[in-house]
Design a binder for this molecule. Sequence first.
Ligand SMILES: *[C@@H]1O[C@H](CO)[C@@H](O)[C@H](O)[C@H]1NC(C)=O
Ligand SMILES: *[C@@H]1O[C@H](CO)[C@@H](O)[C@H](O)[C@H]1NC(C)=O
Length: 294
Amino acid sequence: MKRKTLRASISFSAIALAGMAFAADASAACSRDTLQALADTYVNAQKAGNAAMIPLAAGASYAENDVAMNIADGVLSEALTVDFTRSFHDTTQCATFTELTAATHAHPYVIHTRIEATEDGKASKIESIVTDEGDWVFGAAEHLAVTRTENWDEIPANQRDTREAIQAAADAYLDNWGDPELPVPHGTPCSRLEGRISTATRDPQGQTCTMGAFPEKLNVSNRRYVIDETVGAVAIFHSFPWLDAGIAKDPGTPASQSFRVENGMNRYIHEVTACTTENCSRGRPGGPPPDAQQ
Ligand SMILES: *[C@@H]1O[C@H](CO)[C@@H](O)[C@H](O)[C@H]1NC(C)=O
Ligand SMILES: *[C@@H]1O[C@H](CO)[C@@H](O)[C@H](O)[C@H]1NC(C)=O
């Protein structure tokens, strides 16, 4: 895709003084309804191709694939045919997450978006991993076919995991990339959906989440979370080291992983990863991870 190189990197013009007041609020608890409304507005703005629909806090920032830019210059300026979205909300951090699949759009996308909000529902930080053709195992149609069949519904209150348990299951998966000996709590069934590849095709009722070891130890840094206990979900935006041949090994390429956790164990793992070079791994000694061979 190489949006990164095509689109100018324009810092969002901050209204510095007013912004300081809101920065202190960024981690305040806020209501689910407020976050739900903001996520809905974000999806509607993407459908309309009108970024101005999103209420912004003073000093708000916007970035795609870790590149800061003016929100009006990004993918929100394109009216996308949106086939499916899944959002969840973190009332503790006042943040929301949306997975958006535009498979039937002329230019297909799969986008993960993380929005930090003020208590009154204005976006203070918006960051998206925007993937399209040429990104890591990209395939919006295949992604859509799988994601829409999955159950990420609300979990009965007496069966919910704590925030800590949900985060621990997800972190263990990423920590394992740095130390293949570390155990990861995957449930049965458990499946991974990475771009167009679903491990569920191997065995829909089985545990197919376990990863083969990478050729070297990876330090997955720069983790930013959205955690929603009501649906057992966590999204982790992070840097994926090593994968992308076009950049330095560390910290790596922009990526997002979302997890559905049930009873402390991973049930679904979704990944989108942006590449600076087509398909990321071309030319990388050691080749892509084992799963990419499918
Ligand atoms: C992982 O990367 C982060 C950010 O670059 C760094 O602060 C940390 O020390 C690294 N950890 C290891 C174990 O290398
Ligand atoms: C990138 O992946 C796509 C889809 O598999 C493939 O058609 C294309 O040839 C790949 N490009 C390169 C440069 O490997």
